[in-house]
Design a protein around this ligand. Structure first.
Ligand SMILES: Nc1ncnc2c1ncn2[C@@H]1O[C@H](COP(=O)(O)OP(=O)(O)OP(=O)(O)O)[C@@H](O)[C@H]1O
Length: 392
């Protein structure tokens, strides 16, 4: 692990890791195997006491494993000095764990200071990180943690963990104490940050929805301290490995798939679409061939303008011009299917146009399209499972 760390993440491998606390009876973690790919967010998900925190804390050696190996970037963590290891692994906990007597800047600059950075470099880094987590440096640099809201404290916690640009971040229920709206916002911000940073992040939660949203992979844990399923979120939803997993996930897997899937990821309807210059008679014939009875009129940049019905075109010729009913709302291709469904239910029409880059027409969505998409995601996951079963 060189001191001059690359910005991206490194893989972490846990091999048969066990932790028995002195006098603790059953192991807190038992022969746990886990491969965490570089640059991914892996969520440890499970009920209280299943060993999530113990597993995480063994990675930075806040807890020493009783047996087994943990490799970080290919190097056995036993061979790395614990202080040095912890300087290369950012750690974020619930309620941020900031030092109350230190300013925001001093909190963030703590590890760089230990690493011997000069004052100027630390100060620049603090400002850079505050900006990164959405806090105005001039306003917050000299504040004390108690003056900050829970969400702001948590942002500072993330900034502090990122200070020395570690390849690995451990996050132990970092948003657990926040109200639902702040929590959602910080989850979004973390995903946004991760797009650029590509750290290896181990994230502990017992909130199923948080895990599904944040995780590239999810490890579902069961007492005593082992993993019962390790898979991508969609697979866990469509193919829970056991009754335990199914029960833990609870009801509503289809609703959760709606939340996981983006409009741009599904097959959209394609409706007849054309510009205002099109001849009315030609369009009428095209609508008739298509069979839906309507078409979408777009502008020169292919942005949706109006819906037009076959009946509006009867006995007309020449350019269609400004005929038709104005499109009142479009669905963005980055929206989740859940948000799209909400938009559909509130729309004046059964079909709503979907727009991609520069608001250009990309397709259309109806309730039936969404329903079909969910059915096909489920059947794809089933097929994948069958193929894998045959390959084994
Ligand atoms: N220092 C300790 N000494 C003895 N037993 C411990 C210690 N820390 C944890 N344990 C036990 O190890 C088991 C796993 O605890 P751990 O905190 O890792 O679970 P968890 O899944 O993170 O739970 P939670 O969601 O409640 O934080 C529990 O039975 C707990 O009581």
């Amino acid at each position: 692990m060189p001191d001059d760390q690359p910005a991206g993440g490194v893989p972490i491998e846990l091999n048969k890791v066990t932790k028995v606390f002195p006098g603790g009876g059953a192991p807190a973690v038992q022969e746990l195997d886990l491969n965490i790919p570089a640059g991914e967010i892996v969520v440890l998900l499970g009920p209280s006491g299943c060993g999530k925190t113990t597993t995480m804390r063994m990675i930075n050696r806040l807890i020493e494993p009783s047996s087994g190996d943990i490799l970080i970037g290919g190097q056995n963590s036993r061979d790395i000095d614990p202080d040095r290891l912890r300087r290369h692994i950012g750690y974020v906990i619930q309620q941020a764990g900031l030092f109350p007597h230190m300013t925001v800047a001093a909190n963030i600059g703590q590890v760089p200071k230990m690493l011997g950075w000069d004052k100027q470099r630390i100060s620049e880094r603090v400002d850079e990180l505050l900006t990164l987590v959405g806090m105005e440096p001039a306003t917050f640099r000299d504040s004390y943690p108690r003056r900050l809201s829970g969400g702001q404290q948590q942002r500072v916690g993330v900034a502090r963990a990122l200070a020395a640009d570690p390849p690995v971040l451990l996050m132990d229920e970092p948003f657990g104490a926040l109200d639902p709206i702040t929590r959602e916002r910080l989850q979004d911000e973390l995903l946004h940050l991760q797009d650029d940073l590509a750290k290896t992040i181990v994230f502990v939660t017992h909130d199923v929805d948080e895990a599904l949203k944040i995780g590239d992979h999810i490890a579902i844990m069961q007492r005593p301290g082992h993993i019962v399923q390790y898979a991508r979120p969609a697979e866990i939803l469509t193919n829970p490995a056991s009754d335990y997993v199914e029960q833990f996930l609870g009801a509503g897997s289809s609703m959760r798939l709606l939340r996981l899937t983006k409009v741009g990821d599904i097959e959209l309807d394609q409706v007849v679409h054309t510009s205002e210059g099109t001849d009315a008679e030609e369009l009428r014939q095209e609508i008739e061939r298509d069979g839906r009875g309507y078409a979408l009129i777009t502008d020169g940049m292919r942005r949706p303008l109006r819906w037009i019905n076959q009946a509006d075109l009867e006995e007309r010729s020449g350019p269609i011009g400004a005929t038709g009913d104005r499109v009142t709302g479009a669905i963005g291709h980055r929206m989740t299917l859940q948000d799209a469904l909400e938009a559909l239910l509130n729309a004046d029409t059964d079909v709503v146009p979907v727009v991609g880059r520069r608001q250009a027409y990309a397709g259309a969505l109806s309730l039936a399209t969404v329903q079909n998409a969910i059915a096909s995601i489920k059947s794809r996951e089933r097929e994948r499972r069958l193929r894998r079963g045959e390959a084994q």
